[in-house]
Design a protein around this ligand. Structure first.
Ligand code: NAP
Length: 267
């Protein structure tokens, strides 16, 4: 029987992860089965327990369970998952569970390798203070931006998140007036509601690059960035790269992401 994996979230039916992992499995000649599990909002741990009891070898975890997935690991997690206190990848071996967070490295690889955008030395604005923002902060800081600022609708969440890291400032969108940034990363879910974070004029520096983690749609944030003369990308590349990192953790092989990303863009 093929080894079983799944993405666990709520909602999860729209997820592209089963398609991506099936493509990785074909490419690397691995025999695995990857499905979707929609866990009840109050029933994450139970859904994971049931999947493990049924032979599950690993899982991706998505909204809104990444913090609960970190707790589920009981401390058995990578340094980057511990820094984020959020887990998007679980590996099961017998009675043991190991957690990792591949969102940050997925974003960094997409920006630097796929899109050819440097992070080092840039003035970086990260919008959002939820699980996604939390997961990417440490990997972004490790690339050496000149400035990293967090802005969030609920200012105190950004302030609390910023306090966990050295030299990071956090606050509300009102505090951004007068500043400008080279790299603007939208880690809010505003685009899903067809809304944009309320950014002041002049925030996009000349030559700026704007990235929205939301994928598969043109968001108001990306439209605003284009209007201001910035180059843009959605988060599809991050999705594929974080999946490749999870696949490597489970199977010991990193798939070639380029053909999978190209196929997904063409779908
Ligand atoms: P989350 O934990 O629910 O956090 C949502 C964040 O968005 C919070 O900071 C929230 O602000 C903010 N927000 C929501 N609606 C907003 C609005 N209308 N205007 C301004 N801010 C708003 O979600 P998450 O896990 O961090 O995920 C965020 C997004 O990233 C999702 O759309 C997800 O699909 C995407 N994502 C993509 C990838 C990828 O691989 N491409 C990976 C991870 C996540 P408050 O704190 O004020 O509520």
């Amino acid at each position: 029987m093929a080894d079983r994996y799944a993405v666990i979230g709520h909602p999860v039916a729209h997820s592209k992860s089963p398609w991506i992992h099936a493509a990785f499995a074909r490419q690397t000649g691995q025999d695995l089965d990857y499905g979707c599990i929609e866990a009840p909002i109050e029933g994450f741990a139970r859904a994971v327990d049931e999947f493990r009891a049924a032979g599950g070898r690993g899982a991706n975890v998505t909204l809104p369970f990444k913090e609960q997935a970190f707790s589920y690991c009981g401390g058995e997690a990578s340094a980057r998952a511990r820094a984020a206190a959020a887990v998007n990848t679980l590996r099961f071996e017998g009675a043991s569970v190991y957690g990792d967070n591949t969102d940050g490295v997925g974003l960094v690889i997409d920006l630097e390798r796929n899109l050819g955008r440097a992070i080092a030395g840039k003035r970086l604005l990260l919008m959002g203070a939820g699980g996604a923002a939390r997961g990417v902060l440490q990997p972004l800081l490790q690339r050496g931006p000149a400035v990293l600022r967090i802005a969030n609708r609920t200012a105190r969440r950004a302030e609390a998140l910023a306090r966990l890291f050295q030299d990071v400032k956090g606050g509300g969108f009102d505090d951004l007036a007068g500043g400008s940034y080279d790299l603007l990363i939208n880690a809010t879910s505003a685009g899903l509601a067809n809304e944009a974070p309320p950014l002041p004029g002049g925030i996009f520096a000349p030559g700026a690059f704007a990235y929205d983690m939301v994928y598969g749609r043109d968001t108001p944030f990306l439209a605003q960035a284009r209007d201001a003369g910035a180059a843009t990308s959605d988060g599809l590349g991050m999705l594929v790269e974080q999946a490749a990192e999870s696949f490597q953790l489970w199977r010991g092989k990193r798939p070639d992401t380029a053909p999978v990303l190209a196929a997904l863009r063409g779908r």
